[in-house]
Design a protein around this ligand. Structure first.
Ligand SMILES: CC(C)(COP(=O)(O)OP(=O)(O)OC[C@H]1O[C@@H](n2cnc3c(N)ncnc32)[C@H](O)[C@@H]1OP(=O)(O)O)[C@@H](O)C(=O)NCCC(=O)NCCS
Length: 166
């Protein structure tokens, strides 16, 4: 049985989200940075607009948040059928199905409630765990961006992946 419930983000979740974004085992593979202030996360969550959808995974037996997925719908009129996704799971809770549950919920929102045609994301080219997760939800690699992002003293490549609801 699942350890978590998936629900919309709340203001009380901010400290957990900030902690996950800065932790080893997560920050390398998202664009997190250890100096990221709590106030920055607070501002981000407080200013979520109608085109940003954030779901979190909360442990059933306590209030602790251990994962998050965000869907950012493009607001440009002729791109409004598309959105980008970002996901992270607390280091100590990875590999037990939480990422899969978060993806399933956010893609149901994208497919059936927003009726988006295209969902896209960027992922470090060596992040096999995440790539496997995305491929299991029918994302396809569309291209490679060379030297796309900094990670621990190097410029690393990322894949652009896309999934089409057609
Ligand atoms: C990538 C991430 C979101 C996956 O979430 P998770 O909760 O660990 O993944 P799950 O346990 O739900 O596993 C989902 C799928 O991911 C893949 N996966 C998970 N752990 C894996 C591992 N150790 N090796 C290879 N594939 C793995 C598998 O395809 C798995 O499906 P399966 O169990 O049916 O084989 C999570 O590990 C994470 O937050 N990593 C750090 C941040 C990050 O990389 N975010 C994505 C940035 S693009």
């Amino acid at each position: 049985m699942s350890k978590v419930i998936i629900r919309a983000v709340k203001i009380e979740d901010i400290p957990y989200i900030n902690e996950i974004r800065r932790m080893e085992g997560v920050k390398e593979n998202i664009l997190g940075i250890s100096s990221e202030r709590l106030e920055y996360t607070e501002e981000f969550i407080q200013n979520i607009d109608i085109n940003k959808h954030i779901l979190v995974a909360q442990l059933k037996e306590e209030n602790k948040v251990v994962g998050l997925v965000g869907l950012n719908v493009n607001h440009t009129p002729r791109l409004r059928h598309s959105a980008s996704i970002g996901i992270m799971v607390h280091r100590e809770y990875q590999g037990i199905g939480i990422g899969k549950q978060l993806m399933k919920e956010i893609l149901d929102l994208a497919d059936n409630w927003l009726m988006l045609k295209r969902v896209e994301l960027g992922v470090f080219a060596d992040n096999e765990k995440a790539i496997k997760l995305y491929e299991s939800f029918e994302f396809k690699i569309e291209g490679r961006r060379k030297y796309a992002a900094i990670r621990n003293g190097k410029y690393e490549d990322e894949y652009i992946m896309g999934r089409y609801n057609i």
